[in-house]
Design a protein around this ligand. Structure first.
Ligand SMILES: Cc1cc2nc3c(=O)[nH]c(=O)nc-3n(C[C@H](O)[C@H](O)[C@H](O)COP(=O)(O)OP(=O)(O)OC[C@H]3O[C@@H](n4cnc5c(N)ncnc54)[C@H](O)[C@@H]3O)c2cc1C
Ligand SMILES: NC(=O)c1ccc[n+]([C@@H]2O[C@H](COP(=O)([O-])OP(=O)(O)OC[C@H]3O[C@@H](n4cnc5c(N)ncnc54)[C@H](OP(=O)(O)O)[C@@H]3O)[C@@H](O)[C@H]2O)c1
Length: 445
């Protein structure tokens, strides 16, 4: 193992790589390193694998609610060499996803390589190595030194609240969607949900469906709502390497026409449409929202202008009173183990990485799963792992720092041009083009 006491010299270090986290990104990194015969330690804060997908995870970080189902279909989400069971539904429940990750880990014999209930508390770069401090559940602190660091600590666990806060003060209940678990938390409450991402819409639909009470969604940007199923197919199976090569304007036209044919205009159901074109935001997926809105159970308001005790004033001048506000306003990308002067991007979520993996100034520092694909994260994290393993093994090379910086800027500009400027869109990638860019890295261009 790579455990050192403070006096030990680097020369006795024999474990090359530290992996932080055993969620869906960390376990595929561990599997890939094992496949390549690269020695590693994988530290997991909780007592099980699966991260976000373990409801009530004892790591205290999971955002899963009891009713959560995946919104990327099971075939798109599975790792390349381990399909999800065929008796799973197309959009399985979170318990099935957690079971799948457990089965993956056991099938490939990765579990013994994971040190559970061991949190990485700090990481300090030291020359071209990383000094890593871990703490076990019993309070045992250990120090380790590694040549390579793979960060797979997830990016959907530190709630982001509106900043600056809306003026005035709201004296009803306040909850971030991260803390939403079961409907009894909202039962009988007149609810205002802020945001129109997937968390907002899942919770709004659950509240409207269960209680038949009117729920209000406040949104500053709006969203095109995409159903889970489109023309008898899971919507995300419509994107493929061929369609992703079409000009964006054609992709937009195709998706817009399919939506029109499948269920008409969303305004007809009472759901407002954004001013910008479709595919300029992370997709909000719901089979139910339009129907529940059409029944008058979910209504929409623009952004919040002001609070006055239980009353909320909206930017169009309308006002209403509420018992509770749920901020479904997304998450901060957070690395609590790095000193803030080394890496801290919480304000913007904007970490500049080559191919969204490699730090251009620290070429042995890698981030896995730190992407927001139009598609699922898991297969991308798997491919990223294969690239990183080859880099570590010396079987492929990074371009110069200048080339990496240039590439980061180019990608960044594309994202800024296409997406609504918002912290939620800094990690956006198109699944297939991104996949191909990593494959090119693996092939050596
Ligand atoms: C409600 C919700 C639904 C989602 N649905 C989908 C979906 O349908 N499809 C999809 O592709 N994505 C979805 N996502 C995105 C989600 O981020 C990914 O599905 C997936 O969880 C990412 O895996 P990960 O391993 O990168 O992160 P996580 O699942 O967050 O795992 C990170 C792991 O790192 C560990 N860890 C963190 N810090 C430390 C530390 N300091 N020391 C040791 N261990 C540490 C944690 O304990 C955890 O096990 C959803 C996100 C949310 C919030
Ligand atoms: N069923 C599922 O599989 C499921 C369920 C939930 C979540 N998820 C995933 O989890 C991730 C996080 O989703 P999320 O919905 O929690 O967060 P999100 O995608 O970041 O959406 C946040 C929402 O809040 C709004 N918002 C943010 N700051 C605001 C502010 N200051 N004032 C007003 N509105 C503000 C955003 O609007 P702007 O666009 O204007 O910023 C956006 O509508 C996503 O990858 C999502 O796909 C999946």
């Amino acid at each position: 193992m790579g455990v050192l006491n403070k006096q030990a010299s680097l020369s006795i270090m024999n474990t090359q790589v530290c992996v932080i986290g055993a969620g869906s990104s960390g376990i595929t990194a561990a599997k890939t390193l094992k496949d390549h015969g690269i020695s590693f330690d994988c530290f997991e804060k909780g007592s099980a694998v699966g991260g976000n997908w373990r409801y009530g995870n004892d790591n205290g970080m999971s955002s899963a609610y009891r009713s959560l189902h995946i919104n990327t279909n099971r075939n798109v989400m599975a790792y390349s060499d381990y399909p999800m069971p065929t008796d799973y539904p197309m959009f399985p429940h979170h318990t099935q996803i957690a079971t799948y990750f457990d089965a993956y880990v056991d099938h490939f014999g990765i579990r013994p390589f994971i040190q559970f209930q061991t949190a990485v508390k700090s990481v300090e770069p030291e020359g071209d190595h990383y000094r890593v401090l871990t703490e076990s559940a019993t309070g045992e602190v250990s120090e380790h030194v590694y040549k390579h660091l793979i960060v797979a600590n997830g990016h959907h666990w530190n709630p982001r609240y509106p900043t600056p806060a809306f003026p005035g003060s709201f004296t009803g209940g306040i909850l971030h969607s991260h803390y939403y678990r079961t409907p009894d938390q909202i039962s009988g409450k007149k609810l205002l949900i802020v945001g129109i991402g997937n968390s907002a819409v899942d919770i709004a639909c659950e509240a409207a469906r269960l209680y038949g009470e009117r729920v209000t969604i406040s949104t500053r940007s709006g969203a095109y709502i995409i159903p889970n199923w489109l023309m008898s197919m899971p919507f995300d199976s419509l994107a493929n390497p061929l369609t992703s090569k079409l000009p964006l304007s054609i992709q937009r036209l195709l998706l817009k026409s399919s939506l029109l044919l499948a269920r008409g205009r969303q305004q007809t159901y009472g759901v407002p449409v954004p001013e910008r074109p479709i595919l300029s935001e992370h997709p909000t997926i719901s089979q139910d929202l339009l129907n529940l809105s059409g029944r008058g159970l979910i209504r929409f308001k623009p952004n919040i202008a002001d609070f006055n005790e239980h009353e909320v004033v909206f930017t169009d001048g309308s006002r209403d009173t509420f018992d509770m506000i749920i901020y479904a306003t997304g998450y901060k990308v957070t690395f609590p183990f790095f000193a803030p002067e080394f890496i801290n991007v919480e304000a913007t979520n904007d970490l500049q990485l080559y191919r969204r993996v490699v730090h251009p100034d620290h070429s042995s520092l890698y981030f896995l799963g730190l992407v927001q694909p139009l598609g699922a994260i898991m297969p991308l994290a798997e491919l990223q792992s294969k690239w990183v393993a080859k880099l570590i093994a010396g079987n492929c090379r990074l371009p110069s720092r200048e080339t990496m910086i240039q590439s980061i800027e180019t990608e960044d500009n594309k994202v800024r041009r296409r997406y609504n400027r918002s912290a939620r869109h800094t990690l956006q990638v198109d699944f297939h083009p991104y996949w191909e860019s990593i494959e090119r890295e693996i092939r050596g261009h």
